[in-house]
Design a protein around this ligand. Structure first.
Ligand code: M6P
Ligand code: ZN
Length: 186
């Protein structure tokens, strides 16, 4: 037997940063969320290159059918609005409908919008330390309601998959809007 070693893990989660050689980064710009915001006029008046959010993810098993594997990600949503609607993630159901997920707030403030298959919708406030369990069959989207970056972590089964089509087709049944300075689902 080889002498057992103690190593520094190849992955670090420091404040709101996910660091490591194997961490992948993806960005979503305003142009990637075409038709998802209510106010088309305001949307078109803005620079399509505006950065909405970035996702740093660690996918240990590169196989969509990887039974039992877990992915980990940190998302940074920038502050801002399109008209009165807060910057938000695209939002998705899981392609494998029964797959669940945890989200938790690290920095900033926002709302996790949750909608089931019957289109019942509710919001959960996100703030540093808030922990959110997302059941299977529930679409999830996060909006930044503050004036600084909202960072949250996520952990989800590697075989969950993202179904964006349903949201592109029918949307969420409510939107998170700034109504006289107060975030409301309407
Ligand atoms: C979290 C996880 C990811 C997701 C990301 C952005 O980090 O749920 O799977 O991709 O948020 O959300 P969306 O894919 O809806 O844009
Ligand atoms: Zn998910």
């Amino acid at each position: 037997m080889e002498t057992p070693k103690i190593i520094v893990p190849p992955l670090l989660f420091v404040r709101d940063l996910l660091l490591g050689k194997e961490v992948a980064k993806s960005s979503r710009k305003l142009s990637d969320l075409k038709n998802l915001f209510l106010d088309q006029k305001s949307y078109e008046a803005m620079d399509p290159e505006t950065l909405l959010y970035e996702v740093y993810s660690y996918i240990p098993v590169q196989d969509d059918a990887a039974n039992g594997a877990l992915n980990f990600g940190i998302t940074h949503i920038y502050p801002g609005k399109v008209g009165q609607e807060y910057f938000m993630t695209k939002g998705h159901f899981h392609a494998q409908d029964d797959r669940t997920e945890y989200y938790w707030g690290i920095e900033g403030e926002g709302v996790l919008i949750l909608m089931d298959r019957k289109r019942n919708i509710r919001g959960e406030k996100m703030f540093p330390g808030s922990l959110h369990y997302i059941p299977g069959g529930v679409a999830h989207r996060v909006a930044n309601t503050g004036n600084k970056v909202l960072s949250f972590a996520a952990c989800w089964p590697s075989d969950a998959g993202h179904d964006y089509e349903e949201i592109a087709r029918t949307g969420f049944s409510a939107r998170l809007m700034d109504v006289d300075g107060i975030p409301q689902l309407i």
